[in-house]
Ligand binder design. Structure first.
Ligand SMILES: Nc1nc2c(ncn2[C@@H]2O[C@H](COP(=O)(O)OP(=O)(O)OP(=O)(O)O)[C@@H](O)[C@H]2O)c(=O)[nH]1
Ligand SMILES: [Mg+2]
Length: 241
């Protein structure tokens, strides 16, 4: 895998403090790899972001200026990636420093030059670590993940991790598929739809850090709504794709 084959899609909402640190650490790991930031912050926050990335030709900023959900942001990023025919491997990661670019090598190694269509960075494998995160948050996440494991019959340990590596084929499939959710639960919907269509899925252990700055975008209401969404999802299967 050459660095020129890789693109990284990063959703962001009020992450100005984190993004500068993140892009430096990505460039330490992968050099001047293509980065697509899909930002939903307000005009003033977005302007600060523009200043941070000024002059960096490998970074493309898509400014939506309205909070439209993590999932829909990543899909917009995917559409942008596909414009460049060279990009064969597409990472997705959070912008709050929860995901460490140093771990990208592990995904690349696991993929072994294209063995998988989706590799999920899992918080729940042996070798995974969760740092500085309140037990109540992890318990809720674990409950959702257990429900998904049995209910959807897709045997992965972490359906809602936003640190992932996709093949170009998987990304092409996802932008053509009807995706019904918009928030973090899109992560489960995309994994499920790839699974139902026979794409090759695997996981690697990751370390999940609590966000360095800023505040969470997920509230209890979204968590509960997401749980009902995935429960209904099984009945819809691929009929709407
Ligand atoms: N573009 C865009 N990005 C979003 C939106 N909601 C969340 N994000 C980004 O998606 C990533 C995950 O959101 P977080 O708020 O960190 O959710 P979380 O990781 O479950 O929660 P905490 O880390 O506890 O805050 C972060 O990088 C956010 O900036 C959104 O509506 N639009
Ligand atoms: Mg986070």
């Amino acid at each position: 895998m050459k660095n020129n084959d890789i693109a990284i899609v990063i959703p962001s909402y009020n992450e100005v403090k984190n993004i500068g640190i993140l892009i430096k650490s990505i460039s330490r790991e992968l050099g001047e790899t293509k980065i697509i930031i899909v930002d939903d912050s307000s005009v003033s926050e977005n302007k600060k972001l523009k200043d941070i990335i000024k002059g960096k030709r490998n970074i493309k900023l898509i400014s939506r200026l309205k909070k439209e959900g993590r999932g829909s942001a990543v899909l917009d990023g995917f559409r942008e990636v596909l414009k460049d025919k060279n990009k064969k491997y597409i990472f997705e990661m959070d912008s709050d420093l929860a995901h460490d670019p140093k771990e990208m090598k592990r995904f690349i190694k696991q993929d072994n030059g294209g063995e998988y269509d989706l590799i999920i960075g899992s918080r729940y494998l042996s070798g995974s670590k969760i740092i500085n995160i309140a037990p109540s948050r992890t318990i809720m996440s674990r409950i959702i993940n257990k429900v998904l494991y049995y209910w959807l019959g897709i045997h992965i340990s972490d359906h809602t991790s936003g640190f992932r590596l996709y093949s170009r084929n998987a990304v092409k499939f996802l932008v053509k598929t009807k995706i019904n959710s918009k928030g973090f639960i899109t992560l489960s919907e995309t994994a499920y739809k790839l699974f139902l269509s026979g794409f090759r899925i695997s996981e690697v252990p990751i370390t999940w850090n609590y966000r360095r700055y800023g505040k969470s975008n997920v509230d209890n209401k979204e968590l509960i709504n997401s749980l009902f969404f995935v429960i209904r999802m099984r009945f819809e299967k691929v009929s709407n794709s």
